[in-house]
Design a protein around this ligand. Structure first.
Ligand SMILES: *Cc1c(COP(=O)(O)O)cnc(C)c1O
Length: 366
């Protein structure tokens, strides 16, 4: 089986984790600080605030935006459910714009149509490792006085015109076990705003600035030094990791670009794709439907995934939620029925890549 994701750690991680263990202090401490400083530096922002996962990163980021009941956060319906769960947990209303089928990200033209008097935040999700079209989104946010929340869980150090994910607005990242960078569970929030960063640090620690001096009703969103120690060496290797993913993606696209019934993913101009997922679209021209396509890939020993099989509004829990406001998103609907993600991780061999290309081509041709 060629797995869809494969994570391996090195002696650098082992040594740093041991260092933390031997120190006897394994909760949030100097390793978390080191992780934050390095991540902020690499992303090109003033502050990075580490938290315990990517979902709480979203929740905390929304909490410091001081939203009121009825305020709307405009996002994409084609995302991992955490994006919407965080909006609801923060007390806001989730509204949706359609996506584009060339980058799978929120479509600024649709965003422009869906902004209302109550819209306070536009929340693009940089899906699969490629950033949303930020220039028009920034222009819309400026015109309408909106905040930008970038759900960058899948796009660590991806760039748009040279600027990194998380450097346009408030950025949130996940370091879950399957992401490009991992602490098992973990998250981080990026910002250039000193006040926001300060509020986030207080919020993640029970609202406490000094011991038993509570400024706000807070939470425990802390990451541990043990977790931070796992990711620090990965940060130093990350450029090589991304290069390997890019090379694998290029090889797959070269092999799949002329296959009828399959649309290979594109890296759009001005964007650096970090290839969290390599996601093709299986169209009506393919010999088999998408679900059968995936079943046959798995049978052939190729790990394949559907991210995501349904839109958020297709689940009763959200469709019936009083603070979820649905509207038509036909492109997202079609794309959700077409996507298949293939392995693109750094441990693929030439033979693996050839097998993926051959199997996908054969399935599409029938
Ligand atoms: C993984 C992910 C999250 C949530 O991160 P966790 O660390 O699992 O809480 C949020 N948004 C997107 C788009 C994700 O892929």
């Amino acid at each position: 089986m060629i797995p869809i994701t494969s994570v391996r750690f090195g002696t650098e991680e082992e040594e740093l984790v041991l260092q933390v263990l031997r120190s006897g202090s394994i909760a949030q401490g100097p390793m978390v600080k080191r992780f934050e400083d390095r991540f902020a530096e690499l992303t090109g922002v003033k502050h990075a605030v580490a938290v315990n996962n990517g979902t709480t990163a979203l929740v905390a980021a929304l909490q410091v935006m001081d939203l009121e009941p009825g305020d709307e956060v405009l996002t994409t319906p084609f995302t991992f459910v955490a994006t919407v769960n965080a909006i609801l947990e923060a007390g806001a209303t989730a509204t949706f714009a359609d996506i584009r089928d060339d980058d799978f990200n929120i479509d600024p033209a649709s965003v422009a149509e869906r902004i209302t008097d109550r819209t306070k935040v536009v929340a693009p999700v940089h899906l699969y490792g490629q950033m949303a079209d930020m220039a028009p989104l920034v222009a819309l946010a400026d015109t309408h006085g909106l905040r930008i929340l970038e759900d960058s869980a899948q796009s660590h150090l991806a760039t748009y015109n040279g600027r990194a994910a998380g450097a346009f607005g408030i950025g949130t990242f996940s370091f879950y076990a399957t992401k490009n960078l991992t602490t098992g569970e973990g998250g981080i929030i990026t910002t250039n705003d000193d006040t926001i960063a300060d509020r986030l640090r207080v919020l993640r620690n029970q609202g406490m600035r000094e011991r038993y001096v509570y400024e706000v009703a807070g939470h425990n969103y802390r990451l541990t030094d043990l977790q931070a120690a796992v990711v620090i060496p990965q940060l130093e290797r990350y450029e090589a990791t991304v290069s390997a993913r890019q090379a694998n993606a290029a090889r797959l696209s070269q092999g799949l670009q002329n296959v009828r019934g399959v649309v290979a993913p594109q890296q759009l101009a001005g964007r650096k794709h970090v290839w969290h997922q390599y996601t093709i679209r299986v169209t009506d021209d393919a010999a088999v439907g998408r679900d059968e396509f995936v079943a046959k890939l798995l049978e052939a020993g190729i790990g394949a995934g559907i991210y995501y099989p349904k839109l958020i509004g297709d689940y009763d829990a959200y469709r019936n939620h009083p603070r979820v406001s649905l509207s038509a998103t036909p492109v997202a609907e079609r794309v959700a029925q077409q996507v298949v993600s293939l392995p693109v991780h750094t441990w693929l061999s030439d033979d693996d890549l050839a097998k993926i290309i051959d199997t996908v081509s054969a399935l599409a041709a029938g």
